[in-house]
Design a protein around this ligand. Sequence first.
Ligand code: KPL
Length: 305
Amino acid sequence: MNEIIVLGGGSLGLLLAGRLKASGCDCKLWTRTRVQAESLDRHGLTIQNESGEREERVEIQADPIDSAVTDEQGIVLLAVKQTALTPTLLARLAIAVPIGGTLVLLQNGIGHRELIEQVLPGRKLITAITTEAALRIDTTTVRHTGKGEILLEDETSHRLQSSALKRLLKRAGFSVFLSKQLEAAILRKLLVNAVINPLTAILRIRNGELIETPARLDAMRNLFRETFGLLSVRGLPGDEEELWNAVKRVCAATSGNESSMLQDIRARRETEIDSINGAIIRMAASQGRTAPWNEAVTALVKAVH
Ligand code: KPL
């Protein structure tokens, strides 16, 4: 039996750990601070439904990452942003997760897998993507603001781990799929995040408000066009019009949500701008091109912070 651990007490971490625990899974949470682990031990973890009217409370074992450790069978879901993958955290993870252990990478953007491969050699890495939406209300409470999907990389050598995790996540109520084409899904999610996140953060609006006026749609279309062009050279499959409609559909489907970047700005946390639009700017440079729209939104997100 694999031990399931969620690293990160942010919105996604609390949601995953809370739902897994509520479904009977023997799941633990590793937090970055001792204070959060103590309040989870004291108050339990509360999951609210979309409107916040109904809530469910679970008891969960929470340990600060500083004193955490698992064995080779452990499956650790890294539910922290790329910005949290600091040398200190990675050094702690190298102690907490032995060679042979499994790490599931749930970060937005690109570039984190290469970093983890380098500093945590010998661990089984499963890249994952999720479109679940959640909002952290406080250190022990999360609201599930939108139902999405979880895609887990289907790699033959880690199939036992990904299938076990898929089964547990499904039992916890998530829609989970194993995918051999994760690279395409990663680039598609990067496109969505590169367009919606910085614009909603700069304008301080909900996702649905981005498609409400022609001027906002115009800015969105320009940023989309530039990003789509660069990502297609990198291997993003799909037709421009089809993907443009898909980005607008995400705004409509998550219309009441604040993007994670806007949530970070409001909470005065570091944003993921460098791993999303920054990654696009670096991709442009590697193609011998520039990315003026991505450069502008990157500068503005940093300026409004
Ligand atoms: O992934 C998201 C995010 O906020 O990071 C979207 C899809 C934009 C939903 O808010």
